[in-house]
Design a protein around this ligand. Structure first.
Ligand code: GDP
Length: 197
């Protein structure tokens, strides 16, 4: 699947601005700086794909990338948890995100990225509760595993598995990744590819 070219297709700032889905969609969400752009590039085998969509002013929109002929789209959701963002701005993009998550029949899965080094934050739990309510299956993906000692990483993995078990919409496994070493990337690709039939 990911041997095919992936291209940036469009960006939506409002729910009204969303194009109708062609194929299935897999969305990536996570706190700002979690490594989302880097992971999208690693999954799709591009050097700077997600960067294109990261130009100033474009970070609070949903960016759609089409893989190959369009049976799959990767959706880059705005990073959350920006402490410095004005309340009104947060409200706007949260509204967009919630409405997208609740009303998108073609959305098969959300990959919820969490930085392996950082404690889970209230914003992470908020989005997990929203995904539960919307009954959108989600997979927690730990990022930046290369930055941690194996034993600390193993403890973190266990702790996140325990969190996943509390959420009805969460998949039971947590994928541990590093865009630096390539850890978990093949596993992640395979789990996405399994959704595309
Ligand atoms: P985004 O804001 O979630 O899109 O995060 P970026 O993809 O821009 O990554 C934020 C920072 O983390 C950048 O400096 C990346 O180089 C770094 N980063 C991302 N993934 C990894 C990883 O797996 N390992 C390491 N060591 N650094 C990473």
């Amino acid at each position: 699947l990911f041997a095919q070219n992936t291209q940036f297709v469009h960006a939506a700032q409002t729910v009204e601005g969303l194009l109708e889905a062609r194929g299935i969609e897999v969305a990536l969400a996570g706190r700002s700086n979690v490594g989302k752009s880097t992971l999208i590039n690693a999954i799709t085998g591009h050097v700077a794909l997600a960067r294109v969509a990261q130009a100033p002013g474009r970070t609070r929109q949903l960016n759609f990338f089409q893989v190959g002929e369009g049976r799959l789209s990767i959706v880059d959701m705005p990073g959350y948890g920006y402490a410095e963002a004005p309340k009104a701005v947060k409200r706007d993009w949260q509204g967009l995100m919630f409405r997208y998550l609740r009303g998108r029949p073609n959305l098969r899965r959300v990959l919820l990225l969490m930085d392996a080094r950082i404690e889970d934050k209230p914003a992470d739990h908020t989005i997990m509760d929203i995904l539960d309510k919307a009954a959108v299956a989600f997979q927690i993906v730990l990022t930046k595993a290369d930055k941690m000692k194996p034993e600390v990483l193993a403890r973190k993995h266990e702790a996140i598995l325990a969190i996943a078990r509390k959420h009805p919409a969460a998949l039971n496994d947590v994928i541990v990744t590093s865009s630096e070493t390539g850890l978990g990337i093949a596993e992640l690709r395979a789990s996405i590819a399994a959704l595309v039939v």
